[in-house]
Design a protein around this ligand. Sequence first.
Ligand code: PLP
Length: 432
Amino acid sequence: MAFKLDKSAKAFAEAKQYIPGGVNSPVRSFRGVGGTPPFIAKAAGSRIYDIDGNSYIDYVGSWGPMILGHAHPEVVGELKEALERGTSYGAPTLLETELARLISEAVPSMELVRCVNSGTEATMSVLRLARAYTKRGKIVKFAGCYHGHHDSLLVKAGSGATTLGVPDSPGVPESIAGNTLTAEYNDIKGLTELFAQHGEDIAAVIIEPVPGNMGLVLPRSGYLDQVRGLTERYGALLIFDEVMSGFRVAYGGAQEVYNITPDLTCLGKVIGGGLPVGAYGGRRDIMELIAPAGPVYQAGTLSGNPLAMTAGIATLRLLVENPDFYEKVTTMTAALCAGMQAQAEAFGFNFQFHQAGSMFGLFFSDRPVYDYDSARHSDVAAFNVFFHAMLEQGIYLAPSQFEAAFMSGAHTHADIGATIAASGNAFAKVAK
Ligand code: PLP
């Protein structure tokens, strides 16, 4: 049966009458790759299903949260019970302490944890805290790292911004962007020079330790240690944005893998089990500045929402109670990458495959990719042909060269075999 998206096309046209660009987050519009985004009706396990009746093996996983796969029966069961007890109270619950405890046990640098509603809120709040603690104004971020869409960090922000070609959004006041210094990822010399110039004014360095928003890029050996060393030398705080890598590259995140202790950490995605959650946390003496323990204001009507806490707790419990989980999902991801790499090589392509646990990415590039500039060297047109050829065969990848892909615990060997086979056909199409 020919691949059709007629109902989705109609739904997309209608959505555009009521929603800017027809979507509530830009990359969902397929603007980077062209064509019609499938409108999704339901999801289960490793698959998502659209309103035209197509089903896909899903490697987007809602952009990272669905590490157990979609609609995991135990998570859904807990949520159903929680729903009966009411959806929000605006008062403390046992659930919030339980999620904070699970996070703190997994990520020991997070001695105190504050829950918010998104990754964006977490990074926004953590900057205020860092500035209050250090009494300094400037923040360093890295080109191609995305930390959400608040003004201070929407500077050289990779990902959706790269896809749309607007790394710096209109509407971000220069006075705010001016306090954000940018460095190149993996370039310790550049960062050292930045500190030599502005060191006394830098409140914090915020970094995706394993960047997943310019495609998946890996830190060079020793790089994160050097970043830690520099921040310490200048009395600046080190903030790991582990919204994507947290509970994803390992249970304890990238800081466990690379054995680095940041001062503050931001989380999101997996810790909400598919419901809207973010969190930030870190050293007790810093976190105790947060209201009401201290004077730095930060609040939220729905923060610590009982449904979101329930989904997060159920997800983290399933992960921690299954000690083989990360090893298994990492092995499956490696098998998929190796299989696709072999298909690519059979067509004479020179691809860059990167993997970090259950995250992976492929760059249509003949050069090593280690920062934003080298990522942007990729052949976007070739990626777009590949992407659509995969979609038509029922494989759902992120609709952009500059996004990571995610494996879940629900993906099967059959899924991987089907994906590798499909990639052979897709590479053949690109080669034409
Ligand atoms: N930080 C990182 C590393 C992210 O990947 C994202 C989202 O993709 C964010 C922050 C923002 O999170 P949210 O979309 O929940 O606001």
